[in-house]
Design a protein around this ligand. Structure first.
Ligand SMILES: Nc1ncnc2c1ncn2[C@@H]1O[C@H](COP(=O)(O)OP(=O)(O)OP(=O)(O)O)[C@@H](O)[C@H]1O
Ligand SMILES: [Mg+2]
Length: 390
């Protein structure tokens, strides 16, 4: 979040003349980057590699170079975006994929993000660190749509703020579903993170998180129970606090159980979204939750009640709901079961399934109502950059 001090070096390992020319031109025009043409250079910050028909072998060498610190970040380009190319690229640690013909905006956004990550890693002391904002998503009851909400808020926020670093953290122990909603393979190891709490720095987090096509970084939920008590206490809260110095916004799909750790996280959050459906049990539950949280010192001003699966003809209308819970409903997401199931089954955010649907648009508007997004170019939608054409 501080200003960059030095240029990032970029090496282009590209066979096709046309692609090489396009990349040289785009990168040549960008501030903060230099093309590294010297083959004897001992290190390069970003390698853009064109992969052909045998990506496994090509990428194996690069992976070794990355492990040795000779290559910082790896970007891949190819004429095709098939799983045979993308999967080895992901495994080798590629951060971006540019399908050919090269789209200049995709390259500019990707390099901008790489610069930002580099800046936060190296310039932490240059300016007082502005901590990222935590947005907690908490269901008033099970099954009201909290994970759907968290996933779509995060991806829409990234689309509204393409140059910002956005993370989505799933804290639902054992029952976490965020990777399924985004068709991601989990690779994050909570036990390992627990053992490395003392080095929870930017570089480590960067290497441990999974990147989604929309640009967001994902922390899947812990997949095991800590029966032998080896996981450090408040691990989720520790990880979130470490992430705040790297990411601009962190969306957290909270577990429904409120314990001390959850209260700690909610206190640190800038915003708390309470997700509910307009049913009597849900309204009662929202009332109980808001009362309890208030008693525990969580400011009411940061609580936003969201009526999910909203239908104009529902038995409880918005006024009635506000009367029951003693608080206005701050946002509504229209009911669209078919769309939401298509999103879940295909592992895609709603905007990718049908960007013109009322529910997808509601998420877009919600993201644009967040502090820091307001007043920017509205409805400026960034295409799903990385691996979007899978
Ligand atoms: N706007 C919507 N309209 C209709 N159905 C929706 C909407 N949003 C979510 N759903 C549906 O609600 C169900 C529950 O969604 P989701 O898993 O996101 O809820 P949850 O609160 O995270 O559940 P859990 O308590 O199991 O974690 C899913 O079937 C989903 O498709
Ligand atoms: Mg859920």
């Amino acid at each position: 979040m501080a200003a960059a001090k030095s240029n990032l070096s970029v090496r282009l390992a590209i066979r096709s003349n046309e692609v090489l020319r396009a990349l040289r031109e785009i990168i040549g025009r960008m501030d903060g980057f230099v093309l590294q043409e010297d083959p004897r250079a001992s290190r390069v910050d970003i390698l853009v590699l064109e992969v052909g028909n045998a990506p496994e072998q090509e990428l194996e060498t690069i992976r070794a170079l990355m492990q040795a610190g000779v290559v910082g970040s790896l970007f891949i380009t190819s004429t095709q975006a098939t799983p045979e190319i993308l999967l080895p690229a992901l495994r080798a640690g590629a951060k971006e994929f540019f399908q050919q013909p090269i789209n200049a905006q995709e390259v500019i956004t990707a390099l901008g993000q790489a610069k930002k990550l580099e800046t936060t890693t190296h310039d932490a002391e240059a300016e007082p660190l502005q901590l990222g904002k935590i947005h907690c998503v908490l269901g008033a009851k099970g099954g009201v749509g909290s994970t759907t909400f968290a996933v779509n808020l995060a991806t829409n926020l990234q689309a509204a703020l393409p140059e910002k670093l956005i993370a989505l953290v799933d804290l639902n122990r054992l029952t976490g579903e965020v990777p399924l909603f985004l068709d991601l393979e989990t690779g994050f190891n909570w036990e390992e993170i627990g053992n490395n709490l003392n080095r929870l720095d930017e570089a480590y987090l960067k290497s441990a998180l999974i990147r989604h096509a929309s640009g967001i970084y994902v922390v899947p939920a812990p997949a095991t129970l800590d029966l032998d008590g080896k996981t450090p206490a408040n691990l989720g809260a520790h990880i979130l606090s470490g992430m705040q110095s790297v990411f601009d916004h962190i969306i957290v799909d909270m577990e429904k159980r409120i314990d001390q750790e959850a209260l700690h996280i909610l206190s640190a959050a800038q915003q708390l979204y309470l997700i509910a459906n307009l049913t009597m049990p849900c309204m009662v539950s929202v009332k109980r939750l808001t009362d309890t949280l208030r008693e525990q010192g969580i400011q009411e001003s940061k609580m936003r009640v969201v009526a999910n699966r909203f239908e104009k003809k529902s038995q409880i209308d918005l006024q009635e709901a506000a009367r029951i819970i003693g608080k206005e409903i701050d946002a509504i997401i229209p009911n669209d079961y078919r769309l939401s199931m298509m999103g879940i089954n295909r592992g895609k955010p709603l905007a990718e399934v049908d960007s013109n649907s009322a529910a997808a648009m509601a998420y877009g508007e919600l993201a644009e109502s967040i502090e820091g997004v307001e007043g920017r170019q509205k409805s400026r939608r960034r295409g799903w950059g990385l691996f979007q054409r899978r």
